[in-house]
Design a protein around this ligand. Sequence first.
Ligand code: HEM
Length: 223
Amino acid sequence: MSLPVEETAPVPLSALLRERTRAAHGEANSEQFIEELLSGGLSRAAHADLSAQLLPVYEALEEASAALGDDTQGDESRGAGLVFTELARVPALERDLAFLYGPAWRDEIRILPATRAYADHIREVGGSLPHYAAHSYTRYLGDLSGGQIVKRMMKQHYGLEEEGVAFYTFPDIPKVKVFKDAYRDALDQLDLDDDEVTATLDETLLAFTLNRAVFTELAEIHC
Ligand code: HEM
């Protein structure tokens, strides 16, 4: 008589992502720029500069979101469940930049080389679902998590009210925890094969590295 084979449920992608990025997360949020910005040791200009760097990154990410959300035919249609209009950050960033830099903000902001590299990279790979998922997860789940702490600290230390930190406010997401759970479910329901799961995990670690490179360049200017 043969014994029943024990089926082990596969670990959900959201759990793999959290686990595999734990160390990278710790390194990212102990970057000098982040630590000094959050503890109030920098200036409002440093917060403004970080907001400026986020714009090209989100423009690239949200172009990829639009392409995935629109494509109901191709392979990319597998990713439509991961596209949430309530996450869109570009309009909020533009409002923040107009407040922080004034009406000529487009001429005032300076995009750093590491930021260009990050945004260019998202444009290059964002049409691939594993890569898109990696970049979407890294930024949006981060914004809904640590981003909420950043918002509080920016208001506390740099004399801001809602204007200037709209990026960190998601008016169409009334309950962040509920939404984060739904987002994790959407990740877990992506129809990825093993190689694609590996590609997602690798790309997420790269996304953390690209974020750190921006913080390093910001530290050279502001710290
Ligand atoms: C600025 C300093 C940061 C603080 C204080 C911070 C704090 C946190 C906290 C408390 C959580 C857990 C939330 C929860 O359990 O639901 C979290 C999750 C997360 N953070 Fe950060 N974080 C920071 C920076 C970053 C950066 C720079 C990134 C990447 C660009 C990032 C990406 C993430 C992601 C992807 C998650 C979700 C983890 C998961 O549940 O899978 N964080 N963060």
